[in-house]
Write a protein that binds this ligand. Structure first.
Ligand code: GUN
Ligand code: ZN
Length: 450
């Protein structure tokens, strides 16, 4: 291809990305950081990432002249955040006072999801959530819709209008839920297959088979979901696992013949590469090993787990098995769309497990860790040449407290840690998808007056 016929974008800033999990000791080979760095993007893909001086020297004059330059010197440029688990229909019930998981589902979540029988409710919510994800620097997510097939159409239409890499699926639930949210094993399978035909592999979208959790599906429904999962390459699967003690006791009563909650899913063929389970809190060592060995991933949802009092995910023990782990908001049990705030909660949860999460490892989790958990790391998650150029630009000093704290940091690791604890959506200066800017902060950043 003639390179001058391509569209070129240049980004200058403090470029950081990960090539591996830094692990508990912040292994330096796991990341690359260019303090005066650059991304050279060609036709929406990373052509090169490196020091500005090297990249600008390598640019043919014609390309330098034609390229669009985004000058973000002094700001941090990271791969777009990846939210490994959220429920877009629950945006309207974030921050609903309540008890624990099962009551919260009955009192707030199911009524909210029932309103999605109205397609306009689904379309309005999808537009809102896509917009808010981008304003928070999140460019990819694994998303639950509702039981209604049109709720998936609404989300994928909104995501494809912005050319986003997204996973979504229609919720399967044929028991233990309100009548107006119930499918059947056959209708759920038929609707899922039709949605797969319509959406799976369209542009950057992929379908994720979505049994809500073992308690709300009959064995027949789980069986059909497993057969569907095996029926085509690259299909994804998402559900919930071991979130809450009452939920776990209920699943045990419903499936007494299975060794564990995870074993229910394994029995029906619902584990393996591209299967992803939210929470994974109350697991024993055998379950963690089985998740890791089968290539099944976990979504760590710390703000949701704190909000519903579900418990403390053991990130250190999980990652030590080799399990793929990503970070997730789990909106609407999670308290917002910000993966920066979620990282702050991840740190608190890791402290409760006496294994504190570092800033470096935290930003790995929110980017490449998520891409690996979703098996999308051949496309997104870092700035390796050829990857899709989804990225976020962050202001280290968006608030007076951040600015003050940053004055007193000595190293990248310290700065990242302060950002993970003090940062939030006010730090998001711009979000880009395939090189194109899709969000820009309109408020001016904080200007120190002292
Ligand atoms: N378990 C089953 N459904 C849900 C849900 O909507 N949210 C959470 N947090 N857990 C679940
Ligand atoms: Zn969830």
């Amino acid at each position: 291809m003639n390179p001058s016929a391509s569209t070129h974008v240049l980004v200058r800033g403090q470029v950081l990305h990960f090539v591996a999990d830094p692990g508990p000791a912040d292994a330096p080979a796991a990341w690359q950081y260019f303090d005066d760095g650059a991304l050279w993007i060609s036709d929406g893909h990373i052509h090169a990432a490196g020091p500005w001086s090297d990249i600008s020297a390598a640019l043919p004059p014609g390309i330098r002249h034609a390229a669009t330059l985004h000058d973000h010197r002094g700001h941090l440029v990271l791969p777009g955040f990846i939210d490994c688990h959220l429920h877009y229909p629950q945006a309207g019930v974030i921050a609903s006072f309540g008890r624990q998981l099962l009551d919260w589902l009955n009192d707030y979540t199911f009524p909210a999801e029932a309103r999605f029988a109205d397609v306009r409710e689904a379309e309005r919510s999808a537009a809102f959530v896509v917009d808010r994800l981008l304003a928070h620097g999140t460019t990819t997510a694994s998303v639950f819709a509702t039981v209604h097939a049109h709720s998936v159409d609404a989300f994928f239409n909104a995501a494809s209008a912005k050319n986003l890499r997204m996973l979504c699926g229609k919720v399967l639930m044929d028991r233990n839920c309100p009548e107006n949210l119930r499918d059947t094993a056959t209708s759920g399978d038929r609707d899922s297959r039709a949605l797969i035909e319509r959406w799976h592999g369209q542009g950057r979208l992929r379908y994720s088979i979505t049994p809500r959790f073992a308690a709300s599906s009959t064995p027949q429904q789980l069986q059909l979901a497993g057969e569907l999962f095996a029926s085509r390459p690259n299909l994804h699967l998402q559900s919930h696992l071991a979130e809450n003690p009452a939920e776990i006791a209920w699943v045990k009563a419903l499936f007494p013949e299975r060794r564990s909650y995870l074993d229910v899913y394994a029995h029906y063929g619902l584990t393996g590469p591209r299967a992803l389970y939210a929470h994974c809190i109350h697991l024993d060592a055998a379950d963690r090993q089985a998740l890791a060995a089968s290539g099944t991933a976990a979504a760590f949802c710390p703000s949701s787990n704190l909000f519903l009092g579900s418990g403390f995910f053991d990130h250190a023990a999980s990652a030590a098995t080799g399990m793929r782990v990503g970070l997730a908001t789990d909106v609407g049990a999670g308290t917002g769309f910000s993966l920066l705030r979620t990282l702050g909660d991840a740190y608190s949860v890791s402290q409760a497990r006496a294994a504190p999460l570092s800033g470096l490892r935290g930003f790995y989790l929110a980017t490449l860790g998520g891409a690996r958990a979703l098996y999308l790391d051949e496309f997104i998650g870092n700035f390796t040449p050829g990857r899709e150029a989804d990225f976020v630009v962050l202001d280290w000093a968006a608030t007076p407290e951040l600015a003050w704290r940053m004055e007193h940091t000595q190293s990248l690791a310290e700065r990242l840690f302060a950002l993970m604890i003090l940062g939030d959506e006010r730090c998001v200066v711009a979000t880009h998808v395939m090189g194109e800017r899709v969000f820009q902060r309109t408020r001016p950043g904080y200007q120190p007056g002292h």
